[in-house]
Design a protein around this ligand. Sequence first.
Ligand SMILES: Cc1cc2nc3c(=O)[nH]c(=O)nc-3n(C[C@H](O)[C@H](O)[C@H](O)COP(=O)(O)O)c2cc1C
Length: 478
Amino acid sequence: MMSTPLIIQGGMGVGVSDWRLARAVSLEGELGVVSGTALNSVMVRRLQNGDPGGHVQRALSHFVDSTVASEILATYYVEGGIPTGARFKRSPVPSVSPTRTLQRLNIAAGFVEVWLAKEGHNGIVGINFLEKLQTSNLAATYGAMLAGVDYMLMGAGVPREIPGVLDRFVEHEDASIRIAVSGTPGTTEVFTTVSPREALNTIPKSSLKRPAFLAIISSSTLASHLVKKSTGSVEGFVIEGVLAGGHNAPPRGPMKLTDRGEPIYSHKDEADLAEIRALGLPFWLAGSYGSPEKLVQAIELGASGIQVGTAFAFCEESGVAPKLREAVIDRILHGDIVEGEAVFTDPHASPTGFPFKVVQLPGTQSERSVYEERPRKCDLGYLRQVAVRDDGAIVYLCASEPVEDYVRKGGKIEDTVDRKCLCNALLSNVGLAQTQEDGYVEQPLLTAGDDLVHVGQFLRPGQTSYRARDVLAHLKGQ
Ligand SMILES: Cc1cc2nc3c(=O)[nH]c(=O)nc-3n(C[C@H](O)[C@H](O)[C@H](O)COP(=O)(O)O)c2cc1C
């Protein structure tokens, strides 16, 4: 493996860990990670905002297939940007058999984000995916590899087949994964395939670099399963505890809630580090490890270092919309970010059914009234589950879609309660909110880990913002 980082900046959200943040961390010698989630939507909306700075266009001018780059610009680029409040033209929604157009968009989007993060330096850059987004991940992975991505990280599932996909993409070969089908296990198996040679008119003549694969997990059982059963090599693990921002693994056994309505975890939910160490692969600890003391502790426990998200999510280079970032910092400075109250581990918000950490911030969907004002709609579809009907037809369900649609397709009504549209909210978090046909403007829903209460440690006296470099220097005790 190439140089092993001490600090991994966690892959975050839709566009929170964008190329700017990953680049800033990478330039400091640590592992900067871009989020691979919904990159096609991020790219087409940046283009429709006029591509300030010309970054997307610059990256696309280096894309191996110039016809595809031109097609994307012709379809989505708007010089000077669309008027405020106008609707964004959307990318097609993900499906198990994506059209050539969608595959090209996903490949190009993966390429653009990693290319920009790596532009003009030799630092290491990773890309992070959620395993559940099976219908989008493959093409973006190939795109990231075209840009020379050094690490790939994947969590929120069992990414057993991904290491083999990386091996196949090295030689530009077709790669497939089996899609997890919800509902009654049937006999139908569903696969999704990406064929670089079919998707693009031109591919590089030489082989690509195979990125190191790190699985994000929370149990040693899963770690050892992945080492033994993966379709290719696993280079290490990020062990993520329940205090981490974003989605958390559900507690073992039946879900029980505290009086406040948060999942109850116990020592059974902690990974067995002795078993992880015995696997002999490097690992990083995550989930409220963002302090110099916790870094030392992680090393003492045999880790190669730590993965940190929350501290980076609110730094200047993060993709979080400045007004939201400033609102959070303002609350920190006024002592309004209180342990046990500032972040709520919501067992219902995410349509995936996984607990999702929500920052309690006025004006965002953490407020019930803001959430209830939103007319339910599913127009992005990243988190849709695939199901096979009795007649063999494939249907797509999201527990946050309009209730009647979900139930008509065979979903249970009780699964729709208090579900939030993370696709639209997360794009809103990074200033790329859609204005829907009915005039509704998608509202944000911020996530952060329990470490949010400690973010003030990175602010120097009198300052109201901090940079990624400040986080790294503080963590390393410099
Ligand atoms: C704003 C935010 C968004 C996140 N989004 C994702 C994500 O999309 N995928 C993922 O694997 N992890 C996600 N995470 C988890 C981070 O990658 C990282 O593991 C975690 O933040 C580490 O714990 P900490 O929050 O205590 O620093 C997110 C974390 C934050 C704070």
